[in-house]
Design a binder for this molecule. Structure first.
Ligand code: ZN
Length: 218
């Protein structure tokens, strides 16, 4: 079983991983997607998680794996129909994740109107940092997200640019899925996604919150 670790030493077994797509205008533009009227929601299985220092294995059925650095939320006490004003208080912590995406596979599936699971949920598709306790983050809409590959900066975004802010994401998701302790929410990626290849060293960082270093199996 995969667990989410909080820097206080507390651990929670990871439940479902809910992901928001197309939540930053600049990233929607770079992929040529339409801005959704409601948040795009998909899931990754807990089995796709690797931790800091882990190794990404790109599946043989893809030739184009992309990194997407994202603010990650850890649910502490969940519920159904959580109002926006109570949403942030339901979190146990904040961290950083890399939503690995097999872009070539996803593009084919999208064209056919098929689900994305094999492009988003394969083993090692969800590198996830430790979580800092939620009370240590003042405003989740004022966080910088930086992604470097082999020391070169590829993504540099800010959560101020989210279309759906964190409280609204939690509230919306809780109308569809009962949120439970240990659930993880990925909040979408800013612009700058790009291909990774075997041997690459990836660092995703939200300064003052979390840092995650992983490599791609050579
Ligand atoms: Zn994503």
């Amino acid at each position: 079983m995969k667990t989410a670790r909080i820097t206080t030493g507390r651990e929670l077994p990871i439940g479902k991983i809910l992901c928001i797509g197309r939540n930053y205008v600049d990233h929607i533009r770079e992929l040529g997607n339409e801005t959704p009227s409601a948040p795009v929601v998909f899931m990754k299985p807990a089995s796709s998680v690797i931790g800091d220092g882990g190794e990404i294995v790109i599946p043989a059925y893809s030739a184009n794996c992309h990194h997407e650095a994202e603010l990650a939320l850890l649910v502490g006490h969940g519920g159904k129909n959580i109002p926006e004003v109570e949403a942030l208080a339901s979190l146990a912590g904040y961290g950083v994740a890399i939503d690995l995406t097999l872009r070539d596979v996803q593009d084919e599936l999208k064209k056919k109107g098929l689900p994305w699971d094999i492009a988003k949920g394969f083993d090692t598709a969800c590198p996830l940092s430790e979580f800092v306790p939620a009370e240590r983050v003042g405003d989740p809409q004022q966080l910088t997200i930086i992604m470097t590959v082999n020391g070169e900066e590829r993504q540099h975004g800010n959560t101020a640019l989210m279309i759906n802010p964190v409280a609204s994401i939690i509230s919306h998701l809780s109308t569809i899925f009962t949120l439970e302790p240990g659930d993880v929410i990925l909040t979408g990626t800013p612009a700058g996604v790009s291909r990774i290849v075997p041997g690459d060293r990836l660092t995703a960082e939200i300064p003052g919150v979390a840092m995650l270093r992983v490599s791609v199996k050579a």
